[in-house]
Design a protein around this ligand. Structure first.
Ligand SMILES: CC(C)(COP(=O)(O)OP(=O)(O)OC[C@H]1O[C@@H](n2cnc3c(N)ncnc32)[C@H](O)[C@@H]1OP(=O)(O)O)[C@@H](O)C(=O)NCCC(=O)NCCS
Length: 156
């Protein structure tokens, strides 16, 4: 399993993967244009030339990024691919000098195993003010905010 930066050729496979889960209300839909705009911030997991997983980081502020569109092909669930993608995105954020990485998720236990902690959603207020307040589910949101601090010295 290779974790690598996404390329143009990955755009449609990423959309197919993410939107399959989005149809089940597990995550947000992404259009090819949205993926293209974020391509430099996307990583994919590739095996035998196929996209088996993906995820990207979106800038919410000078120090904070959000991990988005994390998805793994159903047949590979539970084999550590999601964890490897998260690790690689955390490393990418750290290399870029970010101080915090967060997510809003229905799977907080998965993120806790990756070293994130559950926080009050106002701890990631740039996300709330820029997007959540416009969401029709804002007042009945069932997603949990998780956050990981990125140390200067390579440690968390
Ligand atoms: C969440 C997801 C990316 C994890 O990928 P993965 O490759 O299965 O992850 P790993 O193998 O590294 O870790 C699996 C562990 O995470 C746990 N986990 C996975 N999804 C979970 C969920 N929705 N809630 C709680 N725990 C979950 C598994 O139970 C497993 O724990 P176990 O080993 O103790 O059984 C994958 O399940 C997925 O694509 N889900 C659908 C899309 C989605 O919900 N994305 C998250 C949006 S934030």
């Amino acid at each position: 399993m290779l974790i690598r930066p996404a390329t143009e050729a990955d755009i449609q496979p990423i959309c197919d993967l993410v939107n399959g889960f989005a149809d089940q209300n597990l995550m947000l839909h992404r259009t090819p244009e949205q993926v293209r705009r974020a391509l430099g911030d996307f990583l994919v997991a590739e095996e035998d030339g196929r996209v088996m997983g993906c995820g990207y980081i979106a800038y919410l502020g000078p120090d904070l990024v959000e991990l988005r569109s994390l998805a793994v092909q159903p047949a590979l669930h539970g084999r550590g691919v999601g964890g490897k993608i998260v690790d690689a995105l955390v490393e990418m954020a750290r290399r870029r000098g970010l101080r915090q990485i967060c997510a809003l998720t229905l799977a907080p236990q998965f993120f806790q195993r990756q070293g994130f902690r559950v926080v009050d959603r106002w701890a990631i207020s740039p996300k709330i003010w820029s997007e959540c307040v416009y969401c029709p589910k804002f007042h009945v949101c069932d997603e949990v905010a998780v956050l990981k601090e990125l140390g200067d010295d390579g440690k968390d």
